[in-house]
Design a binder for this molecule. Structure first.
Ligand SMILES: *Cc1c(COP(=O)(O)O)cnc(C)c1O
Length: 394
């Protein structure tokens, strides 16, 4: 595509990426091959020392994976994308590529559970300490900075409370202290939010969620400048948590419908959140697209819509909060009881006893994850059917 940068996101999502074979295939091909051959010993030598560009081995590059990387980079407005085997290996590759023993991370307290474990239980073993702070209070981030601080890490909106971190404000603090800002953009995707435009240095994705969009395969990505991605890619090429060609092909096709799906997920979530607010047994609804959301204005400034995730609290008039939440979940017949999200199928979760069960009740309370809280990841079914399914338990 000659004028790629001038195209709209939905055009880039179906057209961008440069890899086509000699067969002029119209749909993106899947290259299931672990290695590539050379015309001569000399060419092999040139490829290995980097004097000539080209594929060598699928741990390094694969044309289908390259195509996915080019397309996601165009959508995020990034110079380079490095695809990984999962969202978690994207975060690992970021840490291994850019941090060393003695460095310090400041991270949002409201991160995906495995991200907290990675920082607390594994990066710490290698001498990288993490301070966890409020997702929403910029002053806490500022106060947590030390001379050793190298990285700010957050996700916005957060899971499950949909807290919004102010990317532009945190980017200003990060720049002041020569710290890199990484944003896990899993919940919004580049269709709803482009962190690099707001001042972030790095974007992380779990492609497993909305980029696939149909709950089939795991994958992830790290995006940023060429200079920042060089050591991240070098770690992947050496250690191997790279994306498979098959998964890259699924994600490429997922990107083509991403705008349509994100628009539909968001419209469904807004309709559901509005309906939930009117239910007598619902005490609180958290959705960034609702005017009642504590950070609605900020959300609407940095996102184009509220996204597909809604959390709400069930009144505990009969029994405790957990009993009330479980009653709503167990009375559904249509929704899937599972912790995954970003699927065409709507999912329902009780965070306090699943995704956040392993943190202490005190930490859970401090984080605002009450026993009555239910999280819905709105799929592509009719909202009327989702409402009827929830109405039974409510
Ligand atoms: C799921 C998720 C991850 C981890 O991604 P995997 O593909 O499961 O490894 C990271 N961040 C967020 C916000 C997620 O929802």
């Amino acid at each position: 595509m000659p004028e790629e940068k001038s195209y709209q996101p939905e055009t880039l999502a179906v057209r961008s990426g440069s890899v086509h074979s000699q067969f002029n295939e119209h749909s993106e091909a899947m290259f299931l091959t672990s290695s590539f051959t050379f015309d001569s010993a000399e060419q092999a030598a040139k490829r290995f020392i980097g004097e000539e560009q080209g594929n060598i081995y699928a741990r390094f590059t694969n044309p289908t994976v390259t195509m996915f990387e080019e397309r996601l980079a165009m959508l995020e407005g990034a110079e380079q994308c490095v695809a990984t085997s999962s969202g978690m290996s994207a975060i690992l590759a970021l840490c291994m590529g850019l941090l060393k023993a003695g460095d310090h991370i400041v991270a949002s307290r409201s991160l995906f559970g495995s991200s907290i474990n990675l920082f607390n239980n594994f990066m710490r073993k290698f001498g990288v300490e993490t301070t966890f702070v409020s997702a929403t209070d910029v002053a806490e981030w500022k106060a947590a900075v030390k001379p050793e601080t190298k990285l700010f890490f957050l996700e916005t909106p957060s899971n499950p409370l949909t807290e919004i971190s102010d990317i532009a404000a945190l980017s200003a603090v990060a720049k002041q202290h020569d710290v890199l800002l990484a944003v896990d953009n899993c919940f919004c995707t580049p269709i709803l939010q482009r962190p690099l435009d707001l001042g972030a240095d790095i974007v992380i994705h779990s492609a497993t969620k909305y980029i696939d969009g149909q709950g089939r395969v795991l994958g992830g990505a790290v995006l940023g400048s060429k200079a920042l991605m060089e050591p991240v890619y070098s770690f992947l090429r050496t250690a191997g948590p790279t994306m498979s060609a098959f998964n890259a092909w699924v994600f490429l096709k997922g990107l083509e419908t991403l705008k349509l799906r994100m628009t539909a997920h968001s419209a469904g979530a807004l309709a559901l959140a509005t309906w939930l607010e009117a239910q007598p047994n619902v005490t609180r609804v958290l959705y960034p697209g609702l005017p009642s959301h504590p950070q609605h204005d900020l959300a609407m400034k940095q996102q184009t819509t509220g996204g597909g995730i809604v959390a709400f609290e069930v009144a505990s008039s009969q029994g405790g909060g957990k009993e009330a939440a479980w009653r709503v979940i167990d009375n559904t017949q249509l929704l899937s009881i599972t912790a995954n999200l970003g699927d065409t199928k709507t999912t329902i979760t009780h965070p306090a006893t699943t995704t956040h069960a392993r943190i202490t009740p005190e930490a859970r309370a401090a984080a605002g994850i009450t026993d009555g809280l239910v999280r819905i990841a709105v799929g592509l079914e009719s909202v009327i059917d989702i409402q009827n399914d929830l109405a039974r338990g409510l």
